[in-house]
Design a protein around this ligand. Structure first.
Ligand code: GDP
Length: 317
């Protein structure tokens, strides 16, 4: 079965890693959010892309889920001592990635090509694609005005209330080479447990992507468990936008895109309401604490996905 996954950073990378263990590399493509990308210290930083690649390469910091394992912080300490901006944590090993990516971008290479080259160097088997080679920054709308995503997320620690989001340049952006093909050729599309508002919505805002996902059998994994996010502001965002955070809210969020929805046992009382949306429900343990959990959840998602693919093709016959 050929699978194309949509992913943000930490939550998405964990399931992508599980999928990478459960599928041959040629059968897995991961399309990653680049709405969080920004320029800092003159360098192009792609947090979600790096989190996914480091995780698949076995280079990620297991404690944080982002950044590199065995990291040191000498460059950042030296910068801070000079009064430079140190609010965005960049470790020494990680800096090497940003330096080389920025050098290549300035030389005119597209992000998708650079990502493919880095993945080859790191021994990443599956295909990892940025959603677009064009800049498409996520802007967070707040009562105090618009905030660039990392200003909101890292510098302000998600404190400002959100009133909405804007994906700047979405109308003009093109999907990166291979994105639409990977969606069209997928037997199954998996929406990883990433923040629906700021990790998955930016990906489907790229022209052509929403339609391409809707056209194929697709399952999503809930990033909300027991009304809360495992990590990050997803639940806070739902609440501030006037929606009670729940697995059901995530299922509704992706309603037009998905055929099946995987959510946690603790939310099993929402099964009937999810089925009433016309979405096939699947309840299991969805918290990925260990490497084994990632593989286990990925295998269950794939098995459930196979059922969904079968049912959809029977219906269309
Ligand atoms: P970010 O860009 O680094 O914030 O990462 P993502 O958007 O990919 O992931 C954030 C989302 O992943 C949050 O809404 C979390 O609730 C969710 N998440 C993180 N770990 C897990 C997990 O183990 N299981 C599930 N189901 N969701 C998770």
């Amino acid at each position: 079965m050929k699978v194309t996954a949509l992913a943000g950073g930490v939550g998405g990378a964990k399931l992508a890693h599980g999928l990478a263990q459960a599928l041959p590399p040629e059968n897995l493509t991961i399309i990653v959010n680049t709405g969080d990308d920004f320029e800092h210290l003159g360098l192009k930083i792609c947090p979600d892309l790096d989190t996914v690649c480091y995780t698949l390469a076995g280079l990620a910091n297991p404690a944080t889920g982002w950044g590199r394992a065995d990291e040191t912080w000498h460059a950042l300490e030296s910068l801070a001592a000079l009064g430079g901006p140190s609010w965005f944590r960049l470790g020494d090993r990680d800096l090497g990635t940003h330096l080389e990516r920025t050098r290549r971008l300035r030389a005119g290479q597209p992000l998708s090509q650079i990502t493919a080259d880095f993945c080859r160097a790191w021994g990443v088997g599956p295909t990892v694609l940025p959603m677009s080679d064009d800049p498409l920054p996520t802007i967070v709308l707040t009562p105090e005005g618009e905030l660039p995503f990392q200003e909101y997320f890292v510098r302000r620690k998600c404190e400002p209330q959100v009133t909405g989001f804007r994906f700047e340049g979405a109308e003009r952006a093109a999907p990166a080479p291979g994105v639409l093909e990977a969606l069209r050729d997928a037997d199954l599309i998996v929406i990883c447990p990433s923040n629906p508002w700021v990790s998955i919505d930016p990906v489907v805002s790229v022209p052509g992507v929403r339609e391409a996902v809707a056209a194929r059998p697709a399952v999503a994994v809930s990033s909300i468990i027991g009304g809360q996010a495992v990590k990050g502001p997803a639940a806070k965002m739902y609440a501030e936008l006037g929606i009670q955070p729940s697995a059901l809210a995530v299922a509704r969020h992706f309603d037009a895109l998905i055929d099946g929805f995987v959510f946690d046992k603790v939310d099993s009382l929402q099964t009937a309401e999810i089925r009433a949306l016309g979405i096939e429900p699947f309840v299991t343990a969805t918290i990925m604490r260990t490497l084994a959990d990632r593989k286990q959840l990925a295998e269950e998602v794939l098995k459930f996905g196979e059922e969904i693919v079968k049912r959809k093709s029977e219906k269309q016959r």
